[in-house]
Write a protein that binds this ligand. Structure first.
Ligand code: C5P
Length: 239
């Protein structure tokens, strides 16, 4: 298997409220970062033109809307999300197999986007999950179960915490795209994220790419922060 270029392993979340701010951050990261996440905040304000503008400046876009609704609504929304030109879009696996299959169908109708299923948010720990989960099971078991459901429905991959990548790979194998948020440099603030690890730990465990927001957005020098994360990944480069 050919190893991805190191920069392809980093997706920077443009978690800002306006397109101007998003493009300013993209420009600051120019030449270092090629993949960007458009999430709810930016999309709610700016809509598809945010994806278009980032792509027009050479960025590849992960449109993270985490769709979760009845299958027909999700199919139609996934079609529109794929039509923006994003290369990755997300749905919540908790929406069930029919909804996941509908997302895959919609994405195919709209364009070329790969659908990723969000397993369990990285901001949840076992205690918080127990408050809303009616069938108690361990958090890794739930993540694996949801990853399997995503795969069975035809999703290209999943979103999971770095803590669960190894068990997902052990159970499902190498063919699923696994992208991990919840990445923090050692000793950095974890903010609201609960299941975190370093960039190198995530990739070494088998993640294809990491999504990083605040540690880059809020850094004094975002470009240097991104470069340092990429340097950390040197240890995971193929021989
Ligand atoms: O700022 P931080 O690095 O924690 O940002 C992580 C990004 O990844 C956010 O944009 C968040 O929406 C996203 N994300 C996540 N957990 C998931 C899926 C996506 O944190 N399960």
């Amino acid at each position: 298997m050919t190893s991805p270029r190191r920069d392809e392993r980093l997706i920077v979340a443009l978690d800002v409220p306006t397109l101007d701010e998003a493009l300013a951050l993209q420009a600051k990261l120019g030449g270092v970062v090629t993949r960007f996440k458009v999430g709810l905040e930016l999309f709610v304000t700016e809509g598809p033109r945010a994806v278009e503008a980032i792509r027009a400046r050479g960025g590849r876009v992960f449109l993270d809307l985490k769709l979760h609704d009845i299958p027909e609504t999700v199919r139609r929304a996934a079609r529109c999300a794929a039509a923006t030109g994003a290369e990755l879009i997300t749905v919540h696996t908790a929406g069930g197999p029919a909804m996941l299959a509908a997302a895959v169908e919609g994405a195919r109708q709209g364009g070329d986007a790969a659908v990723l299923g969000v397993t369990v948010l990285t901001s949840l720990d076992a205690q918080q999950l127990a408050e809303v989960n009616t069938a108690p099971q361990s958090l890794p078991d739930l993540v694996v179960k949801r990853a399997q459901a995503a795969r069975q429905a035809g999703c290209a991959g999943i979103i999971a915490s770095p803590k669960e990548v190894a068990v997902i790979r052990a159970v499902i194998g190498p063919d699923l795209l696994v992208i991990t948020p919840g990445v923090r440099p050692k000793g950095a603030s974890t903010d609201d994220q609960k299941r975190t690890a370093s960039a190198a730990e995530a990739i070494a465990a088998g993640a294809n790419a990491i999504v990083v927001g605040r540690p880059i957005r809020d850094a004094q020098d975002p470009r240097a922060a991104a470069q340092s994360l990429l340097d950390e990944l040197a240890c995971c480069d193929a021989e």
